[in-house]
Design a protein around this ligand. Structure first.
Ligand code: MRU
Length: 391
């Protein structure tokens, strides 16, 4: 992805050995800052405080966190126990996006076969690189498979100007290593010359739509308009939405979708208005062990994100302050509650766009694309070494 004309990934190895860089997303869109991480504790803090966020990126960051943990455990006699402890630390940071636990488990299953700490450090680096590279590649393939859906909407459009796509939160390149999930087909369509316009839900309480999605669409030159979260249903009734396209933090093997709070309401409105509601995800975001969405743990965050807003103060003559400020929007003693995700049942989802293609949001549909996950479900006769990474 380009930022002011320069290609970036959201996470990368620094020139200095043992230093991992990320874009600090808390500062966007007002400042572009790079955060350095040297220890697994720093990685845990970066995930917890949402300097990085989004399912794929959380997974890739956890992968690099395990590398830093292995590096930090070089002098320890029981290095594997230290690395396992680090895995527990990382897994405790954010519960809903399954990519995090998946990346930690993938590292642990590779590292337990290492002969010594040095070997573990080398292996962990290889695995972290692979997780990041695969994430970027899968997202690119999601774009390839999602493009025909947008193309066929454009073909039906006739004289109408653009395909209007509504998205919620940020499932863009900032939520992954590159390309994004929901944004990948949008970028592919835009690059192919198909006129697209994106309705960007602001996505309270943290405003990932306003702060991140709008920023990255602007960087790519994709026409877009910011709307408040409550506007989507009305725009659908007015015929101004052709498709809803979101990401997901965890999707069950039955097709139930956990995504940013408010997604469920958009799916209901889309159903009522006969508008296709698609969810884009790499296979690392499937939770193969869960069938029913009610089993997905939903993260509850600090109520302060609800009772306060963060932003830049407009000064005299439109000049803006250097640092963001926090503004209370409700009087004491009113309390807030802050569930960060909701579950959209599979029956409201028109289809899942994955790196292998588009499938129905159902056990049968998902099994057609990922049969190996369903054969291995029983575990009968399968050696551990034969299990795919994301089992
Ligand atoms: O709380 P976040 O910002 O980590 O939430 C993740 C999201 O941005 C969304 O839920 C997104 O649509 C899915 S992540 C690809």
């Amino acid at each position: 992805m380009l930022v002011d004309g320069k290609h970036y990934r959201t996470i990368w190895e620094s020139q200095d050995e043992g230093v991992i860089n990320v874009i600090d997303q808390r500062c966007l869109p007002f400042a572009f800052r790079i955060e350095e991480m040297r220890t697994v504790e720093e990685v845990a803090a970066v995930i917890q405080e949402m300097a990085v966020r989004g399912a794929g990126l959380i997974g890739a960051t956890a992968g690099w966190g395990m590398y830093l943990a292995a590096r930090g455990a070089r002098a320890c006699e029981d290095w594997l126990a230290e690395i396992r402890k680090a895995g527990d630390l990382l897994k405790a940071t954010r519960p809903t996006a399954v990519n995090l636990a998946w990346a930690v488990e993938r590292q642990l299953s590779a590292l337990k076969h290492c002969v010594d700490a040095k070997h573990a450090e080398m292996k962990a680096r290889q695995v972290a690189r692979a997780i990041a590279d695969e994430d970027a590649a899968m997202c690119q393939q999601i774009g390839d498979h999602g493009l025909p859906l947008i193309r066929s909407l454009a073909a039906k459009m006739g004289a109408r100007e653009s395909v209007n796509i509504l998205t919620h939160c940020n499932a863009g390149w900032l939520a992954f290593v590159d390309h994004g999930s929901a944004t990948s087909p949008i970028y592919a369509a835009h690059d192919a010359g198909i006129p697209v316009h994106v309705w960007v839900d602001e996505t309270r309480p943290r405003n990932q739509g306003a702060r991140l999605t709008a920023w990255e669409l602007a960087q790519h030159g994709v026409p877009h308009t910011l709307i408040v979260d409550n506007a989507g249903g009305h725009l659908m009734q007015e015929g101004k939405v052709d498709m809803v396209l979101t990401g997901t933090d965890r999707t069950t093997r039955g097709g139930d979708v956990a995504n940013k709070i408010g997604t469920y309401l958009k799916a209901l409105a889309a159903k009522d208005n006969g508008i296709p509601f698609y969810v884009a995800l790499p296979s690392s975001t499937f939770d193969w062990k869960i069938l029913d969405g009610s089993e997905i743990p939903v993260e509850y965050r600090d109520a302060r994100e609800v009772t306060h807003l963060e932003g830049l103060q407009l000064g005299d003559l439109g000049a803006v302050a250097e640092e963001e400020e926090s503004f209370r929007i409700v009087a004491e003693p009113t309390a807030g509650v802050n569930p960060a995700f909701d579950i959209t049942p599979a029956r409201l989802v028109s289809g899942l766009i994955t790196e292998r293609g588009v499938c129905a949001a159902s056990e049968e549909g998902i099994e057609e694309l990922f049969p190996e996950q369903f054969i291995l479900k029983t575990g009968i006769g399968t050696a551990e070494s034969e299990l795919p990474h994301n089992y």
